[in-house]
Design a protein around this ligand. Structure first.
Ligand SMILES: [Zn+2]
Length: 252
């Protein structure tokens, strides 16, 4: 089912490829004021009162995280960035990519080759250069100001849990009574110690790995931004709401 879906997306994208290349990344430049773009990837901006906390939902198929964040921003201050996509992968330059692999040039190069292996070297360089340029204002908008916090919400399915992140973690506070698929990843040691006092599993990733895969968390570390990722099992809405509230209350 998933493979079929991917094939049909690739077909659509083949049709779109020439348009994207003709107009470059300017084809969607008419931004509504409540949206921001990373190249042609649109994020809706939802703001509820002024706060130093920014939030991001970046995988369009992770609907529990979207619902939890929408609920959270109705009850707590902050600014949320919501990707406008129904699917995990989004269309970029005639292929589809995981949007959370575009935050470094190396990660973007690997992601762009994942579903399209026949790039002309010059075309790939052209797209990577455009992404390098588009990344700067996007991160400026999404990263909070000094002392602020960026909170990302994700959902996972079977096969992914906190154990996969332990090799890249410097500190960990595992709560055996919690499901290993529900955990909080943070990039600031002081935040780690505060969050560890709560009921949830917490890990600290504050050192760059040998291979930067282009995910937002590593971009945050590079820039010295405090970042928290709330990972929850897909479908466990009340759990993700609780984890969001816990992070908000603990790191005010
Ligand atoms: Zn995700």
């Amino acid at each position: 089912m998933h493979q079929l879906y991917k094939k049909s997306l690739l077909l659509n994208n083949a049709l779109r490829a020439s348009i994207l290349f003709t107009f470059g990344f300017a084809s969607l430049s008419a931004n509504p004021s409540d949206s921001i773009f990373f190249s042609n990837i649109e994020f809706r901006v939802v703001e509820n009162a002024v706060s130093s906390h920014n939030y991001i939902w970046i995988h369009g198929d992770e609907k529990t995280a979207e619902m939890a964040l929408k609920y959270h921003l109705q009850h707590y201050p902050g600014k949320g960035f919501f990707i406008q996509s129904e699917h995990r992968e989004v269309s970029v330059a005639g292929t589809i990519v995981d949007p959370n692999r575009l935050f470094s040039r190396k990660g973007a190069a690997k992601a762009l080759r994942h579903f399209k292996t026949d790039w002309q070297e010059g075309d790939l360089k052209y797209v990577l250069d455009l992404l390098d340029t588009a990344r700067i204002p996007f991160l400026d908008a999404v990263f909070p100001g000094k002392g602020g916090l960026l909170i990302a919400v994700h959902n996972n399915s079977q096969g992914y849990n906190v154990k996969k992140e332990i090799p890249n973690s410097r500190m960990r506070s595992i709560k055996p009574e919690q499901n290993p698929r529900d955990f909080i990843l943070c990039t600031d040691e002081a935040d780690f110690h505060q969050l560890s006092n709560g009921p949830f599993t917490v890990i600290l990733q504050d050192e760059m790995p040998a291979e930067d895969n282009g995910s937002l968390s590593w971009a945050a570390i590079r820039k010295g931004i405090r970042y928290v990722n709330i990972e929850t099992r897909l479908g466990w809405l009340s759990q993700q709401k609780k984890m969001l509230k816990f992070v908000e209350d603990t790191l005010k």
